[in-house]
Write a protein that binds this ligand. Structure first.
Ligand code: AMP
Ligand code: GLY
Length: 420
């Protein structure tokens, strides 16, 4: 079968890499892709905003399955557009993806179906939101309702910070329409954990747990980013906690979606806070996490194309999924300045040396080929992934390989997978 992966990040390279290893996949295209996806398949210079052009491309290349990576493409209805054109696509429809693209929609869903989450209130009137913050307990969390490139969440320690966040989002329109409504919720304490489950409309297949490292700098300091590195397993989920995550979150999700007539088919990725009261959902993502996908595909032994097909067809229950019992770690190499302004076009050296290390694969995110060879082309540039018998072995192997790679102003965290 021929597959089109839509997107251009580390997640898409990781998915394309894994799909290209499927025995029944003859070719993987990626639109628009990056220099890494061009190494496992063929890139198509089509914008992900242009549904008609993507559909025309998929038809011309006789694509059997399109795999849609990014949240904004899913929220914009790319899966609906492919389906309307009679093409097969993996990912939730725009209606189902509202669980990610509207936090108030997700909060309402969780409240009605008994899924544990932070206590919250929604506001469409900024005056009311400002007044509410004056009498609230701190810290509290102010969230833009819609997709805001990971910048829509502010943890406010004092009323002035909450007011500023409300002003920026609701009054000044910093996130456009996405921020005209805000969710204000209690601050949860605990450790975070990323859960992934393929949902096929009727049931789900739970993947191993992961931990992302969202802040830019060591020790969890600095601004929030898309994710500076990941490990799997997280080391925080034992059998009893996994049973609780199934029962209180995923089982209730399936029952709730059915009750609401929400046909969710795709990857469900709840971000959890593991609190003293048990696991609570911080947000539902309706897609694969990045960098989480980079560690998950390294541990997945089963055929990914077959799993995605089964998810679309509602036949996941008949599938066994095999996982490498070893741990995986991913260290992201970013452009200095990310998540703020950074330079592009810096030559990259040493990927071949890094990949010569045992059990190491380097996934590309912001890379491009130029007349100078491979150069940086984004904030997150590469994800160096390694497997190891233990988490310590995996993280040491990832760092040893990452030490081989150089570009100007390279920034990375040195504590990915270190003890919390
Ligand atoms: P979200 O996009 O909702 O996952 O939020 C981004 C990040 O903000 C999360 O990964 C957490 O680190 C933090 N966060 C969000 N909501 C809360 C909360 N209620 N309590 C504590 N931290 C939170
Ligand atoms: N790494 C977090 C995310 O993909 O949202």
């Amino acid at each position: 079968m021929k597959i089109l992966v839509v997107g251009s990040g580390g997640r898409e390279h990781a998915l394309a890499w894994k799909l290209a290893r499927s025995s029944n996949v003859s070719k993987v295209f990626c639109a628009p892709g990056n220099a890494g996806t061009a190494r496992v398949g063929e890139n198509a210079a089509v914008s992900i905003a242009d549904h008609a052009a993507l559909i025309a491309f998929a038809r011309s290349r006789k694509i059997d399955l399109a795999v849609i990576g990014p949240d904004d493409a899913l929220a914009a209805g790319m899966v609906d557009a492919f389906q309307a054109a009679g093409l097969r696509a993996f990912g939730p429809t725009a209606t189902a993806a509202r669980l990610e693209s509207s936090k108030s929609f997700a909060k309402d869903f969780m409240r009605r179906h008994g899924i544990p989450a932070a206590v919250s209130r929604e506001f469409t009137d900024s005056g009311e939101a400002h007044r509410y913050c004056q009498g609230a307990e701190y810290p509290l969390v102010v969230k833009a309702d819609g997709l805001a490139l990971g910048k829509g969440v502010v943890i406010a320690r004092v009323p002035e910070e909450a007011s500023l966040a409300i002003y920026r989002s609701m009054d000044a329109g910093a996130f456009g329409e996405a921020g005209r409504r805000v969710v204000i919720e209690e601050f949860l304490e605990g450790v975070e954990c990323s859960i992934h489950a393929l949902v096929d409309g009727a049931g789900y297949a739970l993947f191993p747990d992961c931990r992302d490292h969202k802040q830019a700098c060591d020790g969890g300091t600095g601004p929030n980013t898309g994710g500076m590195g990941a490990i799997s397993p997280s080391g925080s989920v034992d059998a009893a906690l996994e049973a609780r995550i199934r029962k209180e979150i995923l089982d209730r999700f399936i029952v709730g979606a059915r009750a609401d007539g929400l046909d969710f088919r795709g990857m469900l990725f709840p971000g959890l806070m593991l609190t003293a009261d048990g696991p609570k959902v911080l947000e539902f993502n309706c897609r694969w996490g990045d960098p989480e996908t980079q560690v998950l595909v390294r541990r997945l032994e089963s055929d990914l194309a077959g799993l995605l097909d089964a998810c679309i067809d509602g036949t996941l229950a008949s599938r066994e999924i095999a996982w490498d019992p070893r741990a995986a770690a991913c260290v992201v190499l970013a452009s200095g300045g990310y998540p703020g302004a950074y330079k592009k076009g810096e030559p990259i050296r040493g990927i071949d040396r890094a990949e010569a290390h045992r059990d190491v694969v380097v996934f590309h995110a912001g890379t491009a080929e130029s007349s100078d060879g491979l150069v940086t082309n984004g904030g997150r540039v590469l994800g160096v992934t390694a497997l190891g018998e233990t988490l310590t072995a995996a993280r040491e192997a990832a760092y040893a390989a990452a030490d081989e790679i150089h570009f100007a102003n390279l920034h990375r965290r040195n504590d990915i997978g270190a003890a919390l």
